[in-house]
Design a protein around this ligand. Sequence first.
Ligand code: DAH
Length: 335
Amino acid sequence: MSELTDKLKKEIESARISTREELEHFRLTYLSKKGHVSALLSKIGSVAAEERKIFGQKVNAVKQLAHTKLKEAEQRLHSTKKSTAKATDDITLPASPLPLGVAHPLSQTLRQIKDVFYRLGFSIADGPEVEDDFHNFTALNFPPEHPARDMQDTFFIRKTEDADTDDLVLRTHTSPVQIRLMKNGTPPFRSIMPGRVYRNESITAKSYCLFHQVEGLYVDKKVSLAELKDTLIMFVEMIYGEDVRYRIRPSFFPFTEPSLEMDIWWGDESSGKWLEILGAGMVHPNVLQAVGIDSEEYSGFAFGMGVERIAMLKYGIDDIRLLYDNDLRFLQQFQ
Ligand code: DAH
């Protein structure tokens, strides 16, 4: 019986394993279920009792030998595979590109808007997203209980009946930042105030519960409506190009008098329509008075634009929700 183990031992010792195929062949021949080692193992039971112990030890030694040889060959082949791969690498090739993110279309639009007003001499200011009723409404000439407050569906953070405490709201527009700016400084003011605003509206292709506005304020001696018009026209021409089709029409806001809105033509001649991108007007004397500015000496204009609207018109996006889904297939189109 021990001739069998000796013979197998020799065979295993002299087996050549220098390729992956030979490695697999070795494994199948000696160590698989139907291999030679298993065949010997299954013979142990039929060996005469006196010889069984010795035979069993020999078979196990052969099995161990086969395993060791397989392991060694595996390691050897693995490391040669690596080093040949290295030798064939062309280190002069450019590296594979790393996928780069892109700025969100809203960030890109906001950057362009800031750039336009920076060139026109406007600085940037900001204010809190949780506002009190005074800044969001009262100082902007919304009388208490006035229906104009219903124009803006407000998310209330704190609602109170106590006359000495103010309601707290998520700001419904960036106009309260005008009030903070004017209260804390002295004219002239020439700033834009970008930021996020919130409205308790149902979510549709055209409206979302939060969006972005850029507020603008210019207060100085003798600021005129003509300057406001010029600024707005310059703005749309710089954003959309000189052949942009726009119109300016009268409107109403409690904090401006007169008030106006600006629309941009969306679509082609026959099937297109006018879309509003901003509200504006001459700052109402009551607003100047609320922040302690003499409305006889100073005048000013203000505007508030919707960043989502401007982006949707610029890039042809027809559903505002796309701007908030963070779907990479959508975002990657804005390289
Ligand atoms: N706050 C207005 C809104 O959210 C937009 C607006 C209109 C802002 C006229 C202004 C303005 O500063 O003068 O609908």
